[in-house]
Design a protein around this ligand. Structure first.
Ligand SMILES: [Zn+2]
Length: 355
């Protein structure tokens, strides 16, 4: 199983300028190569190499391996779309392979640039440290929020999946980010408060509507995402550890239901929420896979309307957003918890596999 790590590089002032210049020259050369591709009726990678290698190398003074990477970047890009000329962002990524990048110990990296090889420190957490030994061949140099990162793909060892003795049903929601059938609430309070504060700040800025405001809005949304990410990491870790510790699997609803049951009027807000759900789900799934915890995806229909006791399904069972009360047998409870019970019981049933 593969995962992408973001390693932050810490260049000094001079190194930073070198990286930036390398990136800009690299992408300028990509744009040059791109015109050749377009003007010459989309030659394949080998023909392209013959057409541009020496001229690009002379004109841009790039090390040969970076010329090769530029040709490759442009050729890959045209594989997907040949209807128009492609333009490359000045600060678009550079793919480094092992010939032009090497990790020196756990916290420094050596990279080829326009001005020779430079060695720079990097920072990363314990999480990355454990996995750096499993780095794959290449790393993407990325410039984001005024900082340089290396995006590297690592192999995570997967533990063999065990036979679960039952499942923890997990209901994902807005108010309660995750509710489990163990009656544990992973409240969205902190996230929601942050969201409200951020929304207010955003509105104030939007009323002003200048260009610098746009930049600040972008920064706010970055902060919000990072906060949400930390929360999602914590929740998913807790759920997976709980399942593993008790020999159970994790049951989740098929994703479509999240969209159906979340009443969100404004599209922008919907996009943010939907992004967060998908992230939490994917965190649960990959943490589970890494530690051998079985995941079961269940049919999401009516999980919030079915009675977990007598299994009658009725719209009126759901009094309001928070409360469930069965109109047939009288069973009542907190709505998200009831949904998680239904998710659990659906996972326990041996469902036929749909091929
Ligand atoms: Zn009932």
């Amino acid at each position: 199983m593969q995962n992408t790590l973001m390693l932050k590089i810490l260049p000094d002032h001079e190194q930073r300028n070198i990286l930036l210049e390398t990136m800009e020259v690299f992408n300028d050369s990509c744009n040059d190569i791109s015109r050749t591709v377009f003007d010459n009726g989309f030659p394949n990678k080998y023909e392209l190499h013959r057409l541009v290698y020496y001229s690009v190398k002379d004109k841009y003074r790039l090390p040969s391996q970076l010329v090769v990477r530029a040709i490759s970047k442009v050729a890959e890009s045209y594989k997907a779309d040949r209807t128009r000329i492609h333009e490359f962002d000045r600060h678009g990524s550079i793919i480094y392979d092992q010939r032009i990048l090497s990790f020196k110990g756990p916290d420094s990296v050596s990279m080829n640039t326009l001005h020779g090889r430079i060695r720079m420190p990097m920072i990363f957490g314990e999480y990355q440290r454990q996995r750096l030994s499993r780095v794959h061949g290449q790393a993407d140099l990325i410039f984001r929020n005024n900082a340089f990162y290396l995006a590297v793909v690592v192999d995570l060892p997967e533990e063999p999946e065990y036979e679960p003795i039952g499942y923890i049903g997990v209901d994902l929601g807005v108010k309660n980010i995750a509710t489990t059938s163990d009656d544990r609430n992973h409240s969205g309070d902190a996230v929601r408060q942050k969201r409200i504060a951020t929304a207010k700040h955003r509105n104030r800025l939007q009323r002003r509507g200048t260009r610098s405001v746009k930049r600040r809005l972008k920064k706010i949304s970055g902060k919000e995402k990072r906060f949400q990410r930390i929360v999602n990491h914590g929740i998913s870790k807790g759920i997976v550890a709980e399942a593993k510790g008790t020999g159970r699997g994790v049951a989740l609803e098929d994703l479509i239901n999240i969209n159906q049951k979340t009443v969100v009027r404004r599209r922008q807000r919907y996009m943010r929420l939907s992004w967060s759900f998908r992230q939490l789900r994917s965190f649960i799934e990959y943490k589970a896979r890494a530690s051998g915890v079985p995941i079961k995806i269940v049919d999401p229909h009516n999980t919030s309307r079915e009675c977990p006791k007598c299994h009658s399904i009725d719209k009126r069972n759901r009094k309001n957003r928070d409360r469930f009360k069965c109109v047939r047998c009288g069973y009542g409870g907190e709505a998200d918890y009831v949904a998680s019970l239904n998710i659990r019981s659906r996972a326990a049933v041996n469902q036929p596999t749909v091929a």
